[in-house]
Design a protein around this ligand. Structure first.
Ligand code: GLU
Length: 279
């Protein structure tokens, strides 16, 4: 039987909160129970929002929570050329195109009258005809979803999280309707999007199980497609419930009241955190 290898992959864009603690502790517990490995990966490709002080706080909070991880921490900012190579391999196959649309361009195109049809909230394909040779500084790179789907057969993935347990087919109609031509290369040249970097690293780190929040469930369909296009294995997915605030809203990085560092400062213990998140 293959070894159980999983990871916690926070972005250092703010303090870890209860939701992160739940995700990290659940992945850690599942790895321990399976006598497997638990890795920490720092997803710091977003140079505008990531800060060294948030990264330092991640290590501090994780240590305080009593978690230990495999010695080599993968920091995505140190692997940008590997991501770029994969992105360019998709571009060489004609699966990616440059896009100069701003958010407001996209909104305007989406709100064009369509006789009673509510347009889906996905990219309308304005730049789809543009060749890569036309890429200008500041252009994003998008996946041509229709062409990409033509290159793969039936795709499936296994899910073990309670809300979606079972084997799922990647339905092309769902991807077209809900995801569309996703941005894979961000506006900053040499920076790829989280969806692509995560898929490349999950394979590079031989992840067998991806344990993460329910908010990332839909993106799994796109990630399984990217795995097929790049000839990478598909791990087992486990999407867990989200930790919500008293009003039922999902916690966000700005919820300092539920930051782990706040609980620490208030004298709470890691056991208290486990109880708070229901572990
Ligand atoms: N970096 C992502 C986040 O902070 C997690 C990605 C993943 O677990 O696949 O939400």
């Amino acid at each position: 039987m293959s070894k159980f290898i999983t990871r916690f992959a926070p972005s250092p864009t703010g303090p870890l909160h209860l939701g992160h603690a739940y995700s990290a502790m659940l992945a850690y517990d599942m790895a321990k129970a399976a006598d497997g490995q638990f890795h920490l990966r720092i997803e710091d490709t977003d140079i505008d929002r990531c800060r060294p002080e948030w990264e330092a706080l991640i290590y501090e909070d994780m240590h305080w929570l009593g978690l230990t991880w495999e010695p080599r921490v993968l920091r995505q900012s140190e692997h940008l050329s590997a991501y770029q190579n994969h992105l360019m391999s998709l571009a060489d196959r004609g699966l990616v195109y440059p896009c100069s649309c701003s958010r407001s361009d996209i909104r305007a195109a989406l709100s064009a009258p369509q006789e009673g049809v509510t347009p889906p909230d996905v990219y309308p394909g304005t730049c789809r005809h543009r060749p890569m040779s036309d890429r200008k500084p500041g252009d994003a790179l998008r996946l041509d979803l229709t062409k990409a789907l033509d290159q793969v057969g039936l795709l499936t993935f296994a899910e073990t999280g309670a809300a979606h347990r079972g084997t799922h087919e990647v339905d092309p109609k769902f991807l077209t309707r809900e995801i569309g031509d996703a941005v894979l290369g961000r506006k900053e040249i040499e920076t790829v999007s989280y969806v692509l970097a995560a898929v490349i690293d999950d394979a590079a780190q031989s992840m067998t199980h991806i344990i993460r929040g329910e908010d990332l469930y839909q993106i799994t369909y796109l990630q399984v497609l990217l795995q097929a296009l790049l000839n990478l294995p598909t791990p087992v997915y486990h999407h867990h419930r989200l930790i919500r605030d008293d009003d039922g809203k999902r916690l966000a990085k700005r919820d300092d009241a539920r930051a782990i560092s706040t609980y620490r400062a208030e004298g709470k213990s890691p056991e208290d955190i486990r109880k708070l998140v229901g572990l």
